[in-house]
Design a protein around this ligand. Structure first.
Ligand SMILES: Nc1ncnc2c1ncn2[C@@H]1O[C@H](COP(=O)(O)OP(=O)(O)OP(=O)(O)O)[C@@H](O)[C@H]1O
Ligand SMILES: Cc1ncc(CO)c(N)n1
Length: 269
């Protein structure tokens, strides 16, 4: 059995964070495990409050998993504080997993800070160098590259700057720009576009979490990085196309859009 570990925050509403990651791993037939960094009281509308988890139990969760189970890929999401970033980085250095997908989660759709602003420098110095791939959205890339991104030309410049900070590769997601949802990949040498038509829906809660987990699951399943991204892009596009009308805000992606049940596939559960 192939395995993947998510190190991220819990979303009580089930659409993002640990919950989205584990659903995505299951949909890819990968055995999912979790290290919870923070608990958010969240739904499709808002993040109400956050409880960060003690550093000792974060460290112990990582040790408990790695000292017993072979981990084929790691996905990192919400980290909340500089201390949590440091703890996760130190412990990943210790266990040296072969693939790390870093989703540099910063701000929720409703504007809640999921990473303290003073943790960004730690994320750059301690975690980016460990990442096989980092998957910022446009606002996150603007912070990491210290520049504004208005169009696809700017995306080239920003991915070069972020790559220079030490990540093996960068997937800059274009979902927050106008027009189609095209993501730019840069491995330090070549650029490739992973293109997607924009789907007109408000139900895009947890799409970034889902994409990065799908990449991690595909890497755990021994796909090369390009195939892992291409297949993950197809997965998230379908998961958005058949996204679910759950809750009163941004509904979640549909992880099981390919089930034969037509009711389920239509997202009309
Ligand atoms: N409306 C849409 N139609 C099609 N693809 C989309 C749409 N919105 C986003 N995407 C794609 O979904 C993936 C996730 O990108 P997005 O920019 O939404 O991440 P994110 O902002 O980090 O998400 P979140 O913070 O909600 O987890 C990318 O491949 C992006 O291109
Ligand atoms: C716990 C958690 N992680 C990540 C995101 C970003 O979608 C979110 N809203 N909540």
């Amino acid at each position: 059995m192939r395995t993947a570990l998510t190190i991220a925050g819990s979303d009580s509403g089930g659409g993002a964070g640990i919950q989205a990651d584990l659903k995505t791993f299951s949909a890819h037939h990968v055995f999912g495990m979790s290290v919870i960094t923070a608990i958010t009281a969240q739904n499709t509308v808002e993040v109400r409050s956050v409880q960060n988890i003690d550093l000792t139990i974060i460290r112990d969760q990582i040790a408990a998993v790695f000292e017993d189970i072979e981990v084929h890929a790691v996905k990192i999401g919400m980290l909340s504080t500089p201390e949590i970033v440091e703890t996760v980085a130190l412990n990943l250095e210790r266990y040296q997993p072969s693939h790390i997908v870093l989703d540099p989660v910063m701000i929720s759709k409703g504007g809640h800070h999921l990473l303290e602003e003073n943790a960004v420098q730690k994320l750059i110095s301690d975690l980016i160098p460990l990442a096989t791939i980092i998957t910022p959205n446009i606002p996150e890339a603007e912070v990491l590259a210290s520049m504004e991104i208005h169009n696809e030309e700017d995306m080239y410049e920003a991915s070069k700057i972020i790559h220079n900070k030490g990540a093996s590769s960068v997937l800059l997601k274009g979902g927050h720009l106008e027009g189609d949802a095209n993501d730019l990949y840069f491995d330090g040498k070549d650029f490739s576009w992973f293109k997607g038509k924009r789907i007109p829906t408000k139900n895009v809660h947890g799409t970034g979490c889902t994409l990065s987990s799908a990449i991690a699951a595909n890497l755990a399943n021994e796909q090369n990085v390009i195939d892992a991204i291409a297949n993950a892009k197809e997965y998230i596009t379908n998961a958005i196309k058949f996204s679910l009308n759950i809750g009163h805000g941004h509904g979640p992606a549909n992880h099981f859009y390919n089930l034969t049940s037509t009711e389920h596939a239509k997202g009309s559960l």
